[in-house]
Design a protein around this ligand. Structure first.
Ligand code: URA
Length: 435
């Protein structure tokens, strides 16, 4: 078989066989197929799509590209969550410790930033010493010992996804249903969770811009999970505006810590409690979403979720003093405020623009392997539906390099739409699939 024939077959809209997909994925994982061929193939998939059978085969080829964990020996239900990617989406940072503090084992493999959308691992790496690079043995040992682990793909699980993910980030091949579904579900299958909540984002700041495409992605992922004997549900959540207020690695980490201390933006807190409640529900720990909310909220008020987060950080080599006192985290050298040019009601805070502003400041990667600046980012001070006055602060921009600031401000200005009549804020949830 030759990679070029597989690329041209997909380019010409034919269906790939299981053998062809296996050949491509194992060849790329073993460095026998170069980045340029894989990038061409990813673009052909983005443009021409894949059948359900191709997606299922691709997912399994990626899941089997490294170790797959069998966590039955732990004797308890392992839960996991995964977001399809958004702006200001720091949900895992709060939800994983909340659910672990409720007594469930949370074994999670997370990604880095992708395009304008942030990644959990980059956010955690704002903590000095923190390492997400765990061996399979260390992943299992930590799960046994403290009931929570957040690792990157650089360990031996789904290595194909780690490579393809980084390549997609730099080649404009992120927003593809087959590539997103296989990326997420290969990690979930390899990491061995029994029960998985997928947070499928919809809107301007999501890879899926319409409810219809988000629903299709959710249905494909739920079906792959079921084929692999996993309990999977998908929540559809809006991503027209950033979640919470902070966008940028250390800023988001600070906001997640504040949430675990009972503070922080209401939309972010509600979203986290909702995801946690569904995780508790599908793991059969509670009988209703209301009960799940209450149980999750108690771990915040009694301090047990914050304590769990400190344990996680310490186990993975980080200094938990930065969690107890997040003001110690890296801060950008300069701040500037972007103010409203007129009074009115906020109709849009386009999340993609805000995410792109953060990348311009150095908080994301423009190409594979770029080093990111964890201290830069944007604090979004308004939400859709807010009444604002002329001169009111819309954004606080945290930056280090003077040459980045004007482009970032231009992006942020483009993100805002102000209208004269009242605007209804978007609903917090857009549906659940697979329950
Ligand atoms: N999250 C992932 O893990 N993979 C994607 O492709 C998109 C979001």
């Amino acid at each position: 078989m030759r990679a070029v024939d597989i690329i041209t077959k997909k380019r010409d809209q034919f269906e790939l066989s299981k053998e062809e997909i296996d050949f491509l994925i194992s060849g790329y994982t073993n460095d026998e197929i170069p980045d340029y061929q894989m990038a061409a193939w990813a673009m052909a998939v983005l443009l021409n799509g894949m059948s359900h059978e191709e997606i299922a085969n691709l997912t399994l080829a990626m899941a089997n590209s490294g170790d797959t964990l069998d966590l039955r020996e732990l004797g308890s239900t392992i839960v996991d969550k995964h977001s399809t990617g958004g702006v200001g989406d720091k949900t895992t940072l709060s939800v994983a410790p909340i659910v672990a503090a409720c007594g469930l084992a949370v074994g999670k493999m997370s990604g880095r930033g992708l395009g304008y959308s942030g990644g959990t691992i980059d956010k955690l790496e704002s903590i000095p010493g923190f390492s997400a690079n765990l061996s399979t043995e260390a992943f299992i040992a930590q799960l046994k010992q403290i009931g929570i682990v957040i690792a990157s793909q650089s360990m031996d699980l789904a290595p194909a996804d780690g490579k393809i993910y980084a390549l997609r980030d730099a080649t404009g091949t992120v927003p593809s249903i087959p590539l997103i579904a296989s990326s997420i579900m290969s990690k979930k299958i390899a990491a061995g969770a029994d029960a998985i909540v997928l947070d499928v984002k919809v809107g301007d700041g999501a890879f899926m811009k319409t409810l219809e495409s988000a629903r299709t992605l959710a249905e494909v992922m739920v079906a792959i999970g079921k084929l692999n004997q996993r309990r999977v549900i998908a929540l559809l959540s809006p991503m027209d505006q950033p979640l919470g207020s902070a966008v940028g690695n250390a800023l988001e980490l600070k906001e997640a810590i504040l949430m675990l201390k009972g503070e922080g933006p209401a939309d972010y807190r509600e979203h986290c409690l909702n995801i946690a409640a569904y995780m508790l529900l599908i793991a059969n720990t509670v009988n209703s979403i209301d009960e799940g909310h209450q149980k999750a909220a108690r771990t915040i008020s009694d301090g047990s979720a914050l304590k769990k987060f400190c344990e996680l950080v310490e186990m993975q080599g980080g200094d938990s003093e930065f969690i107890r006192n997040p003001e110690l985290l890296a801060r950008a050298a300069h701040r500037v405020e972007v103010k409203a040019e007129c009074a009115g009601y906020i109709q849009a805070v386009k999340a993609q623009n805000v995410g792109e502003a953060c990348v311009i400041l150095g908080g994301g990667r423009a190409k594979k392997g770029d080093v990111i600046d964890s201290s830069v980012g944007v604090m979004v001070q308004v939400k859709i539906g807010d009444r604002i006055e002329k001169g009111q602060t819309l954004f606080q921009v945290h930056y280090n390099k003077a040459e980045t600031i004007q482009n970032a401000i231009d992006k942020l200005k483009e993100s805002i739409q102000i209208v004269m009549s009242p605007v209804v804020p978007p609903p917090p949830n857009l549906g659940v699939i697979g329950l």
